[in-house]
Design a protein around this ligand. Structure first.
Ligand SMILES: C[S@@+](CC[C@H](N)C(=O)[O-])C[C@H]1O[C@@H](n2cnc3c(N)ncnc32)[C@H](O)[C@@H]1O
Length: 229
């Protein structure tokens, strides 16, 4: 899907994005984000949450690591408006939002301790260019953690999930998001996402070392971690 269409899609579904997420993952996404935050090494300083969306990762960081300041960037003003309203409602400080494309991060080189990105990279064709930007803004020694959907590798979990993914998720997700395409696109984009070893190779191409993947819930979600050496 082209970038303008991806942006329009998130503008369209922002109003109930959090509800769609929790309903369709049965709340497991909350635990996934907790694991992601648990991987963060720094306890103070600046963290970039790229494709921050409605702010779920950033707010989890602020809750669990209150000495970390989070900059949340996203190219969808509607998603950011939900994040801003939520953080105002919850009186969250230390979370700064900006409209920006991940391909051109408006931060100085070597300015952040860590980069997080949840469920964003799948939507971007120029993955190496985006991760090179993350590499540029990271301080030496800093880590990038990218969480993305995957498919269980084998066995019963793979068969059951495939059924859910093909038959249940698209119609229910499209209904909840009041679109006729958003969750059909989700399935297509997860299927089209590179295999682990290919994505790990793209991370290395962007300059990262110590690249590894952590499976969550049989591999339904995965966290790819790399370090700027
Ligand atoms: C599936 S949502 C994930 C939001 C949030 N990280 C979460 O965990 O719920 C993907 C987000 O990526 C953003 N996005 C996609 N492509 C982007 C790009 N090139 N630059 C900035 N944001 C982008 C979308 O606007 C959307 O808010």
């Amino acid at each position: 899907m082209r970038d303008t269409l991806v942006r329009r899609m998130f503008e369209d579904i922002a109003f109930s994005y959090d509800f769609q997420n929790s309903a369709l993952s049965l709340g497991i996404d909350i635990w996934w984000r907790k694991v992601l935050v648990g991987l963060l090494e720094p306890t103070s300083g600046l963290v970039l949450d790229a494709a921050t969306g409605t702010g779920e990762v950033a707010l989890a960081i602020r809750r669990r690591r209150p000495r970390l300041t989070v900059i949340g960037l996203d190219f969808s003003p509607a998603m950011l408006a939900v994040a801003a309203a939520k953080s105002a409602r919850k009186h969250v400080s230390g979370y700064h939002l900006g409209v920006a494309d991940c391909r051109d991060v408006p931060l100085a080189g070597a300015s952040v301790e860590a980069v997080t990105m949840a469920f964003g990279i799948r939507n971007i064709a120029e993955r190496v260019a985006v991760m090179s930007e993350f590499h540029r803004v990271l301080k030496p020694g800093g880590q990038m953690h990218i969480m993305e959907f995957g498919l269980p590798r084998n066995g019963l979990a793979a068969a059951l999930y495939r059924f859910y993914f093909d038959r249940i998720l698209p119609p229910v997700g499209n209904f909840l998001s009041r679109t006729d395409y958003a969750y059909s696109y989700l399935v297509e984009s997860v299927d089209a996402f590179p295999r682990d070893r290919d994505f790990l190779a793209q991370m290395a191409e962007a300059g990262f070392g110590q690249c590894r993947v952590t499976d969550l819930t049989f591999g339904v979600a995965r966290i790819f971690t790399g370090r700027k050496l």
